[in-house]
Design a protein around this ligand. Structure first.
Ligand SMILES: O=P(O)(O)OC[C@H]1O[C@](O)(CO)[C@@H](O)[C@@H]1O
Length: 419
């Protein structure tokens, strides 16, 4: 379904092509004099980004074709997309596409005609999902318009029996430990489990390298004091078993007076398989209210907060942009600027926050996020090469015990905050 134009459709908008994405360009992440290292491409066989383009994307196309009974025309379009991604070059959107101007502002002309492997990996991954939605008829008038190709996979995840146990575990948590447990549930939910058990006291101390490689949670809590007047902006990542703990955290903060107002950003259309859309928020609320106990209470509290305006849902087009947040449009910048703190969930949001670049892992997080219009927190499990803000000893211990695997395996997570 066509989404509303955003500020980046305007020629000369601050996120105009090339404005801040070139290494070392003024305003590029890395401000305060930190030179920006190269942007990550997908052109190195054997590298993680290359494997995503060459192996994961074909698997996603095959899964979509299996999960829904698309007609022959849709199936031919999916086959053509697969062939194009692996062997062809990037084709621009048709001139009459509803979002043609937006993608033009998002560097489409600069990348058209090149191999999918040779352009910024963030860009090619994002464009892949845009083309996949075209292939399945998501935007075109007809029977498949607005049908989420990933909905079967999302529902299977949301309805997994493990979720019942995880939600029931909420009732056993001591009241004074609930906030910390929900924060950890939100972090580890990014690995697609609620993770309450992972946050069991002592677990981190026993591990050779702690599961949390950076933990600024005290700084985050200091931004949200009890009985304060805070506005929380939470930029969600995945639906299902990540969105559920995100929603529980928001409900807890609202009902305990640590947050007066919350804004939840989700994607305007299906993206990166499991990214949350407004429809997924409704599915997750249904799951909560149907669960009983604390989960149901929080589910009902969220429905009330949506209805009376204390919780606002946003689906901004830039949430599906193939660009770093340094190029966000003015209206989104104003939204984040108005928040007491903006919490960005997940790996992709982290890549977009710090810039999808080969940062030395000890590059200060505060430096690379200095451009962000207000206090910002990243809650993320590590699932791609990008990382900043590590203490030298932590990096050394990770390298020594795990080689490069710690960057992508999702076994570690971080909570990083810049005031
Ligand atoms: O859901 P998340 O945490 O944003 O993770 C998505 C990540 O998965 C990948 O698509 C492949 O690992 C990455 O490109 C991306 O950063």
């Amino acid at each position: 379904m066509p989404d509303a134009p955003d500020a980046s459709d305007v020629p000369g908008a601050p996120d105009a092509p090339g404005a801040v994405d070139a290494p070392g360009a003024p305003g590029a992440p890395g401000g305060r004099g930190t030179p920006a290292p190269p942007v990550i491409l997908g052109d190195e066989p054997g590298s993680f980004p290359h494997a995503v383009l060459a192996e994961r994307h074909p698997a996603i196309v095959r899964q979509v074709a299996r999960d829904l009974p698309y007609d022959p025309a849709r199936r031919r379009a999916l086959d053509a997309l697969l062939e194009n991604c692996l062997k062809g070059s990037i084709e621009p959107l048709p001139a009459d596409a509803h979002d043609h101007a937006r993608w033009t502002a998002w560097d489409m002309d600069a990348h058209a005609g090149r191999s999918w492997f040779e352009v910024p990996w963030l860009w090619s991954e994002s464009y892949f999902y845009r083309r996949l939605l075209d292939a399945v008829g998501y935007f075109a008038p007809g029977p498949w318009q607005g049908v989420d190709p990933f909905r079967p996979a999302k529902l299977a995840d949301l309805d997994a029996p493990e979720t019942d146990a995880e939600l029931a575990a909420l009732d056993a948590l001591p009241p004074d430990g609930l906030a910390a447990a929900l924060l950890h549930g939100s972090v580890w939910g990014n690995r697609a489990d609620l993770g309450f058990r992972l946050s069991a006291p002592g677990a981190a101390d026993r591990a050779e390298v702690p599961p949390l490689v950076a933990d600024d949670s005290e700084r985050l809590w200091s931004l949200l004091p009890p009985a304060g007047d805070a506005t929380l902006c939470l930029v969600a990542d995945n639906a299902g078993r990540e969105l559920v703990p995100d929603l529980l955290l928001i409900a807890h903060l609202l009902t305990h007076g640590r947050v007066r107002r919350a804004v939840l950003h989700v994607k305007p259309h299906p993206y990166y398989v499991s990214d949350a859309t407004p429809a997924d928020v409704l599915d997750a609320l249904r799951r909560l209210t149907g669960a009983g106990g604390t989960a149901a209470r929080y589910g009902h509290a969220l429905r009330e907060a949506l209805a009376d305006g204390r919780l606002t849902l946003r689906a901004h087009p830039f949430s599906c942009a193939p660009l770093p947040y340094a190029r966000m449009p003015e209206d989104l910048r104003a939204d984040f600027a108005a928040a007491t703190v903006t919490v960005l969930k997940g790996d992709l949001n982290y890549r977009r926050l710090v810039g999808d670049r080969r940062w030395p892992p000890t590059t200060p997080f505060a430096d690379v996020t200095a451009y962000f219009p207000g206090p910002v927190a990243a809650l993320r499990t590590l699932k791609s090469d990008v990382i900043t803000g590590l203490a030298p000893a932590t990096q050394a211990a990770l390298d020594a015990t795990e080689g490069d695997r710690w960057r992508t395996a999702g076994a570690h997570a971080l909570i990083q905050v810049r005031h």
